[in-house]
Design a protein around this ligand. Sequence first.
Ligand SMILES: *[C@@H]1O[C@H](CO)[C@@H](O)[C@H](O)[C@H]1NC(C)=O
Length: 155
Amino acid sequence: MPFSLLLLAALSSLLPSSCVSSLDDQGRTLLAWKESLSGAAALATWSPAAPSPCQWVGVFCDTGNRVVEIRLISVDLQGPLPSNFQALSSLRALTISFTNISGEIPVEFGDYAGLELVDLSNNHLSGEIPPEICKLSKLQTLRPERHIAGRDREL
Ligand SMILES: *[C@@H]1O[C@H](CO)[C@@H](O)[C@H](O)[C@H]1NC(C)=O
């Protein structure tokens, strides 16, 4: 076997499996959240077979295939809010409403720096709005769970 072929064979055996997957980092981020949900049937189109999540239900991208909006309304998700969306660095709007999501708003929401709109209304959230949300300098609209804040809050 020529040396270059040997080298190629040696290199490919070193590649981690994540390099073999064609799904981009944004897609892997979304799938990781999907795995935490028990009502994931609503997200059947969220599949690792798609190289980009831009065709998935509720996912909206810009012309550069960067995820800019996630809008999930009236689908039965049953699980926690995402705490791993830092990799969605272009995300500007996050609407997760009427989805049977429960638990607290993760402190990691404070790291989703590009967010301008967050609508988490009509779920089963508990606890307080974490102060980390104040780090979101572009945030204009925050609609938390009604029984947390009592009413919509314009920042
Ligand atoms: C939320 O869960 C309840 C009880 O399982 C169900 O009846 C309802 O349809 C779910 N909401 C949505 C938006 O699917």
